[in-house]
Each structure stands twice: as structure tokens, then as C-alpha cells.
Design a protein around this ligand. Structure first.
Ligand SMILES: Cc1ncc(COP(=O)(O)O)c(C=O)c1O
Length: 366
């Protein structure tokens, strides 16, 4: 529609609208100029794995040796490697809905079966102990965590992380913790589940990357930090699939992971201001209920009160695109029907204009 010249406002993109910080770009350019254009070790150059290990120690209180770290072409690639080396056909993997749809597909690509725990806005999209317990069976191989969450922006509280850790130890399953949004958090403190104790650490694969924290989505650089045996398997697997992530991107990533947390504070603060704005504007729309997100850059209102009889969130997103020229993502793709996802990785001006259009389009048909 944009190509046809229509003025569509998109709340669809899951990527920061900021530029990559200059220090990172300079480091990658210097790497290119100095001939860092050859193959590297499959798991990444030592300097990068050391920089990631130092970051995990400094910011997450996690001790990993560089050998326990595998750099890949994005966190998505790291997650895929983990699924391929850990899951066997018929294994069950617990997912907390609403969840990022890639998890379910990667579980299925490994022949395993997603077992979904559904959460609601009323519980802050946090599962209860009973819900988690009843999802476990002798076939449970792992649980996938994503806190802060895409699409809900929910943050799993320490108590829930402890409960998950205790269940994983008791029933002997892995924890895959996707912490890609760890830096984009509003008013609370981020905690890595692997920092909760030795026994939890020994069964956790911590996933992170550059895309969201440093506005580097197109660079493709993510990592997994895992017990040595898992890290080695992931590195061997990657060796036969893609080999190393792009050489000069790795040098840019070294600069990124060496940046102090404060260096991306301006970006985080801007996301927080946008979050406050979009939450206020969405809460003023009749029939919308919004649970304020605690992290990431997505608002995920429950829109059931604005649906016509028989209408679904998919119908509503089509209506909004055609009538309001506003693109949003239906909650159904995250296994949360009755919701829509709006990424606020767009300007405050677009947020005001776009949410205003949604409101007008709904008032028009009321
Ligand atoms: C929860 C989650 N994990 C991982 C990714 C992918 O990150 P990367 O760009 O590093 O592959 C995304 C991207 O949207 C995401 O939302």
C-alpha cells in the first residue's frame, strides 16, 4: 500500500528506528579496512566471546568462559541452534503464550512439540506455579522464556523465575532464556534466570544479541551462553550450517558489548516516553484494555471490547489497515486472540497520528 503512495503508518516493525551507535560502525569499518574479511572460528573470534563473557559478568552477574559462548547470525540463529542440538522428535517444550511465533516453529522444525501455557493481562501475562506444573510431563525437554516479552512487554518476576528454576531442577529439563530485550526495561531491574544459582545455571542456555539493545537488526549478531557440553554441540552444529557470523560484524559487536550500559540510555529513555504515550492513548479508546508493558517496545492491548459480534483480531487488523491506513499485528499469531500488537519503535508523532486514526476508525463504525 505504501508503494501505491498510500500514507500507511506502521506499528508492525520489531526493530529500533535509531541508527547503530557511531563507535560500533567505526569498529566494523576499521575491521574491513584492515582486512578482517576472512573466515573466523565458527563460534566467533575470541575477542568477541571474551567481550560477551565480560558483559555477562558485569551486567548479569554470570560467569562464562569464552568457550561457553557461541556467536551466531542473530539471536534467532542462536535459538535455532539450541533447538536443533537439544530437542529430539517427540520431546515436549513449554511455551508461555503470548509468545514470539518463531519459538513454536523452531520447536516443530526439530520434531518436538510445543506445550502452551496461556496467560492473561489480568495476571500481567505471568504464569502461575500450578499452570507451569501442569504443563510438565515425562517428555518435557525444555521451557522457553522471553522476558521482557515480545509481544506482551511482560517481565517475569523473580519469584516466577525461581519457581521455573525449581521445576526445571526437579523434573530435569532445560531452560532457554531469550534475553534479547534485557536493556529495554522501564522502572524495574532485569535479572537473568541463570544467576539464580549453580543448579539453574547448569541447565540454562542464555540467549542475547545486538539487534535490539544497539539498534543492529540488519547486522545479524546474536549469542548463546551455555554449559560447555551444549556450547560445543551448538558450535559443531553451526560449523556445518553457516560457519562463522560475518567477520567484520563481529568486530562491530566487540565495540557494542564493550559499551557501558549508559551509552544506550538515551534510546531506552525515548522508548520509555513512547511507551507512556502509547499506553495513555490506547487506554482512551473505548473497548481497549491495556496492561502497561514493562519492557521491550510493544503495546499489546486486549481489544475484545471493540470487536463486533463474530469479528476476530485478524478482521480488526484488516479493517484498521483498510480504513485507518494503520498496520498492526493480530494477537492470534502470538496465540493470544483478541489482542493486537503495536510496536512503538516509531516516532511520537507517528504514535499520536496512528493511534488517533485507530480511534477515529472505530468511532466511525460504532
Ligand atoms: C523475542 C525475540 N527474540 C529474538 C529475536 C531475533 O533477534 P535477532 O535479530 O538477534 O535474530 C526477536 C526479533 O524480533 C525477538 O522478538
Amino acid at each position: 500500500m505504501k508503494a501505491e503512495g498510500k500514507d500507511v503508518i506502521s506499528f508492525g516493525a520489531g526493530e529500533p528506528d535509531f541508527n547503530t551507535p557511531a563507535e560500533i560502525i567505526t569498529a566494523a569499518k576499521e575491521a574491513l579496512d584492515s582486512g578482517k574479511t576472512k573466515y573466523t572460528p565458527s563460534a566467533g573470534i575470541k575477542e568477541l566471546r571474551e567481550a560477551i563473557a565480560a558483559k555477562l559478568q558485569r551486567e548479569n552477574g554470570l560467569t562464562y568462559s569464552p568457550d561457553q559462548i557461541v556467536a551466531s547470525c542473530g539471536a534467532k540463529h542462536s535459538l535455532y541452534n539450541a533447538a536443533q542440538v537439544l530437542f529430539n522428535p517427540g520431546d515436549e517444550v513449554i511455551l508461555i503464550a503470548p509468545y514470539w511465533m518463531t519459538y513454536a516453529d523452531q520447536i516443530k522444525l526439530a520434531g518436538a512439540i510445543p506445550v502452551v501455557v496461556h496467560t492473561t493481562p489480568e495476571s500481567g501475562f505471568v504464569p502461575t506455579y500450578e499452570q507451569l506444573q501442569s504443563a510438565i510431563s515425562p517428555k518435557t525437554k525444555a521451557i522457553m522464556l522471553n522476558s521482557p516479552s515480545n509481544p506482551s512487554g511482560a517481565l517475569l518476576p523473580r519469584q516466577t523465575l525461581k519457581e521455573i528454576g525449581a521445576l526445571a531442577i526437579k523434573h530435569d529439563f532445560w531452560i532457554i532464556s531469550d534475553e534479547i530485550y534485557e536493556r529495554l526495561i522501564y522502572g524495574e531491574k532485569f535479572e537473568s534466570i541463570a544467576s539464580l544459582g549453580k543448579e539453574v545455571y547448569e541447565r540454562t542456555i542464555t540467549i542475547g544479541g545486538c539487534s535490539k539493545s544497539y539498534a543492529m537488526t540488519g547486522w545479524r549478531l546474536g549469542f548463546a551462553a551455555a554449559p560447555l557440553v551444549v556450547a560445543k554441540a551448538m558450535s559443531n552444529f553451526q560449523d556445518q550450517v553457516t560457519s562463522n557470523p560475518t567477520s567484520f560484524v563481529q568486530y562491530g559487536a566487540v565495540a557494542a558489548f564493550n559499551l557501558p550500559a549508559t551509552s544506550v540510555e538515551a534510546m531506552r529513555a525515548e522508548f520509555e516516553a513512547r511507551r507512556d504515550l502509547i499506553v495513555r492513548l490506547l487506554s482512551e479508546i473505548p473497548g481497549f484494555k491495556i496492561h502497561p508493558p514493562k519492557g521491550a517496545f510493544y503495546a499489546f492491548p486486549d481489544v475484545t471490547g471493540a470487536l463486533k459480534p463474530g469479528e476476530t483480531d485478524l478482521d480488526l487488523t484488516s479493517y484498521l489497515l483498510e480504513e485507518a491506513l494503520v498496520a498492526v499485528v493480530p494477537g492470534s499469531v502470538f496465540e493470544a486472540p483478541g489482542h493486537i500488537r503495536l510496536s512503538y519503535a516509531t516516532s511520537r508523532q507517528n504514535i499520536e497520528k496512528g493511534v488517533g486514526r485507530i480511534r477515529e476508525a472505530l468511532e466511525k463504525r460504532a
